[in-house]
Design a binder for this molecule. Sequence first.
Ligand SMILES: [Zn+2]
Length: 286
Amino acid sequence: MKVETSGLVPFTPTRRDLLAAGLGGFGLVVTSGCDIQSGQMSEFEKMTDSRRIIERKFPVKLYSQKEFDSDSRSNPDDPLPWTQGQLSMMEEFLELVPSHMIVPREGSKKLRYINADLGDSHSDHIIGGECCAQKTPNGYAMDVITFNSKSFVPGAKDRSKKTFVHEHAHRITPWNKIDDDIFNKEEEIWMDALGDIFHEPSREKINEVLQKHAPRAKTNAARSEDHFSFAYGLKNVEEFIAVMAQNYPSGRSFFIRMYSPYFGKAGSEQLLEFTTDIIFRGKKYH
Ligand SMILES: [Zn+2]
């Protein structure tokens, strides 16, 4: 299984074997609407309703960890259902990202989201989320993004947005084709795409270029979460792509400010253009 973790996670990410959970045959949403007696919707009913609206509007399906593990949905006693605040945020972020980032993998109808407790923190940095994919025994591609219920919250909206974009960036390639084998080839595909910018046709050299900046970035990492994420992104090409993606919706000046101290003005402009054209396929936020 390949697991990708958020840029907020330091260098030894927690790995969760989500594949231990069964697939298929999930029950339907049971309830919606309001209490006939009072005319008031309970919090649970509101949540269920909002979740269903999102699932109709976008090719995604939302689960709590408990639901995902047990193949049942909509249990009011579930300790970790999605909150209204999380769902509002989710809808906003789903509108924000370009549609190719949420296209379900070949062989699956929906991209799955899980709201789960991924722990408080790791080396003082909160774990944002995880993205993983693997072929299931019946041949379908499993496609799951897990959000940390502790950090994917409206009170930390900017961080939540960055986690959201980061994890989705792990699902894409420079081309439309997303197939079962993509997770074996992802790194080399991105290396080829980045080669021109770094003037390094050799794949191995690109990692060397990134790692050259690592000591300085590590020193700066304590300055803010964004600096920490930047340092994390130098770990390898896949994380570099995901961190550029998470920084991109914050706008041009933020992006250039983050990247130019390392890659120069011209280099950071090139990286921005690459992010616009190749990662976001032309979608602009600035
Ligand atoms: Zn990542």
